[in-house]
Design a binder for this molecule. Sequence first.
Ligand code: SAM
Ligand code: SF4
Length: 485
Amino acid sequence: MSAKASARHLPLVGQGPVGEAHHRTKGLLRVTMACNERCPFCNVPVEDYPRPTPPESELEAELELFLASGERTLTLSGGEPTLYPKRVLMLTARARSRGVPFVELQTNAVLVDRELAVALAEAGLTSAFVSLLSDVPELHDELAGLEGAFARCLAGIDALLDAGVAVTLNPVIATQTQERVADYVEFVARRLPRVRVISLSAVQPHGRAAHGTSLLPDYAVLGEQVKLARARAAEHDILLINPYCGLPLCVGWHDDPSRSVEAIEAASRRELGGLAAHGIDNQGNKAHGPPCGGCALRTRCGGAWHAYWTVRGGSGLAAVEPRLEPWQQGADRAPAQRIVGAAGGLGPAELAAVRGATEPTVWLVTERLGEGDGSRLWSAGGTDLLLLGEAPALLDDAVTRAELRSIARDNHRREPQSKLRVVVGLRRLGSFRHAHQLLTEHRGDVDAVRLLVQGDQRLERFAAAVRASLGLDVTAATRAESALV
Ligand SMILES: C[S@@+](CC[C@H](N)C(=O)[O-])C[C@H]1O[C@@H](n2cnc3c(N)ncnc32)[C@H](O)[C@@H]1O
Ligand code: SF4
């Protein structure tokens, strides 16, 4: 399997309860929920399943549904699927004989001996996704909840590799291992040189981990570790991937979204255009938090697990690629954003420029809006809108104002990472009364208002009063800033 294909399919891996509901269409078949390990972080623990092992006929029916779906990658998982080796062999062989090009086994590898590895390879297994949880035997055993698991896991990996099955490692970084990510990569390069891919996941606070959030690693530590680990991996020509169960982009990945599954998927959906223009699917189990508002990567990153914001207070998350509003110094040179000007309104040339932009944040700067401009812009991949105007003229511009309302209605139905964000920049207020009327009438339609006029303390006081009374993000630009507009 090519690195690209493998990266695209990794979101199948280790999804939580919401992902579970969709597992059939995603090609994930859980052979049994029973397990020989007791990982304290397990996101699908056996105790949550009243009937851990379905009858074989049910698995066969699920396989038929998968085959009918036309998906190309089948992932056999559990629980521990190798507790039922005959079923794994049967499902693998049947899927391969019916034209499925990739069949992957998610396993802790403890039960994989040479005989089983050879049988799996003969059945057509293309890859194994193995939970090697640490380079330190005691830490691996603690996180696997099984004494002696480390040595047996390594033996299983060796057997799979000897049989010709490609192995991807999944360390599931926890608090106990958060400072050893680079060491893990070094260990793999030395002890398992035939392994070419590591999927750098981190504990997702679901299942057993929801009750033990002390396992949730600190992203402030991981940000540094991931950078070190990536450097080591590059030295050894190992591909490190940031899977759905991995890390937000600002935790060590912001400069290379091409290794982050969420970012890859978002960008490819954007290429498809239409309703899927903004492609993050965070399955409802991740959220953006305070730093994300100022981040130019929000359309490529689903944010952090809900529990991360509450348990760890968002530690280590920061807008490393800042979203600069187009009137701010350096906005046109910021690498993660593109600014498209449309002084005369949104026409075909501006839409083409928006469509051709590959940056995560794509601004349109315009002085007026026509009917339907908001949805045209959004469908083309526009993410942020700066409406530059003068308060008295905007009050008279019924078409632009109706469109602002329509954008707000559409935004109401979108996920935070997919909303078209709207900033109004006022280059002339007319009077405070004009400006106040305009902002009162549109307070629910815009995300922020910038007073881009030369002002004095009265302007500051006006901005503070509007913030307090309307709850709007209103700021007065400094003298130098407003001179740039
Ligand atoms: C539930 S396990 C089943 C397969 C097999 N028993 C194993 O341990 O690899 C599926 C995958 O999810 C990963 N996983 C389990 N709990 C997780 C969590 N809380 N966060 C992230 N990944 C998790 C495992 O490491 C494994 O790669
Ligand atoms: S959207 Fe939020 S979590 Fe994601 S990279 Fe930006 S600041 Fe970090």
